[in-house]
Design a protein around this ligand. Structure first.
Ligand SMILES: CC(C)(COP(=O)(O)OP(=O)(O)OC[C@H]1O[C@@H](n2cnc3c(N)ncnc32)[C@H](O)[C@@H]1OP(=O)(O)O)[C@@H](O)C(=O)NCCC(=O)NCCS
Length: 198
């Protein structure tokens, strides 16, 4: 098992390298038939996407970047999350390093930052088709809270992990989620295209 070190992205690692890791990590998703837009972003676009209040973390095997995660601070207005939350984004581990709990260690870096910043929520958005990431999030204490149809081509699942006590029961959260999913699927095709032309 390689000796993996998790750290905030040092200056010596460029956002172009982060792009390369994300692009390769998402090979498995492309094989399953879906493309995640952020995996195609250039280094410059990734840096902009994270923004000035966010942070990028890397998993290093020696001087090689083998995994990455970032977060940005997002003002949320979901039914159950109102206010600034830590939005975990840009998750990827190189194919040959998957299954070694590298993502788990990267996620800990994000949780530590969220707790240190006294944020109440971590949110994580995935494409509806990315069932593996959803399973990992559910195992890790996230709950599916919202569903939307996103331009240009997919549905998205929004998951939340409460860092303090969650004021809602899990039954209430799943009813709200299922109702929103049913509404969105009836109203829109993937990509925010209205059904029935109206
Ligand atoms: C999702 C991803 C980041 C996971 O990285 P990883 O380092 O392999 O994950 P970990 O080894 O930390 O595994 C975390 C948990 O998920 C489980 N898991 C990981 N891959 C799995 C798989 N293919 N099938 C079933 N379970 C899996 C692990 O067993 C572990 O659970 P455990 O703690 O109970 O053992 C990686 O597969 C990846 O880069 N995927 C493509 C990019 C992507 O989809 N990113 C998310 C965009 S929203």
């Amino acid at each position: 098992m390689p000796d993996i070190v998790i750290m905030e992205k040092p200056e010596s690692v460029s956002y172009e390298e982060i792009h390369e890791v994300l692009y390769r990590a998402h090979e498995s998703n492309r094989q399953k038939g879906f493309v995640v837009r952020t995996a195609l972003m250039t280094g410059e676009q990734l840096e902009k996407h994270i923004g000035p209040n966010g942070k990028c973390f890397v998993a290093m095997d020696g001087d090689k970047v083998v995994g990455t995660v970032s977060y940005r601070i997002k003002k949320c207005s979901l039914w159950c999350v109102k206010g600034p939350a830590v939005d975990r984004i840009l998750v990827g581990v190189l194919p040959e390093y998957k299954g070694m709990h590298i993502a788990t260690k990267l996620f800990t870096a994000v949780y530590d930052a969220a707790i240190a910043g006294k944020y109440k929520w971590i949110i994580s958005g995935t494409q509806d088709q990315n069932t593996l990431m959803q399973e990992i999030c559910l195992k890790d204490g996230f709950m599916k809270v919202d569903f939307s149809s996103v331009k240009p081509d997919h549905y998205a699942v929004i998951m939340v992990k409460w860092l303090g006590k969650c004021p809602y029961t899990s039954t209430m959260i799943s009813i709200m989620y299922m109702a929103k999913k049913a509404y969105v699927k009836l109203r829109y095709k993937p990509g925010h295209v209205k059904r029935f032309g109206i």
